[in-house]
Design a protein around this ligand. Sequence first.
Ligand code: FES
Ligand code: FES
Length: 162
Amino acid sequence: MPSKLNFNLTVNGQVHAVCVEPRRTLADVLRDDCRLTGTHLGCEHGVCGACTVLVDDKPVRSCLMFGVQAQGQAIRTVEGLADGDTLHPLQRAFWENHGLQCGFCTPGFLMLAAGALQEDPEMSDDEIKEVLSSNLCRCTGYQNIVKAVRLAARELRMKPRG
Ligand code: FES
Ligand code: FES
């Protein structure tokens, strides 16, 4: 059995040819092989959510998935959230409402919220809190993060959907 596998990963619309051991997590492949270090690693066992990315539009903890399992699926990382120089409404709302806080867990929160809002742009306040509670913040609290997601949700609802 070969110790490394060659396969392609589609990340933020770009194809990355990688050659990695099958045991490598998606998080490690994204960071070390695709050089997309915006995805952060905290606990590395599925608890903190810092490593959240979208796989076929669904938020996934990339430390719990092998890179090879993501073949053929559309991966979106925090690097793919902005549209060129134009920040995604979530990024802008985090910035404007001091939701960045420590910054380390922000990419995970952004991708979690992006996936959830894509699935249900009409999320209630309670639903937003429920979704965000799956990612850990231990620096200052969730209030600014919740506020930012609520405001971005409002903005996204007003946009025509493509
Ligand atoms: S690093 Fe993946 S859940 Fe914590
Ligand atoms: S925002 Fe990172 S721990 Fe609170």
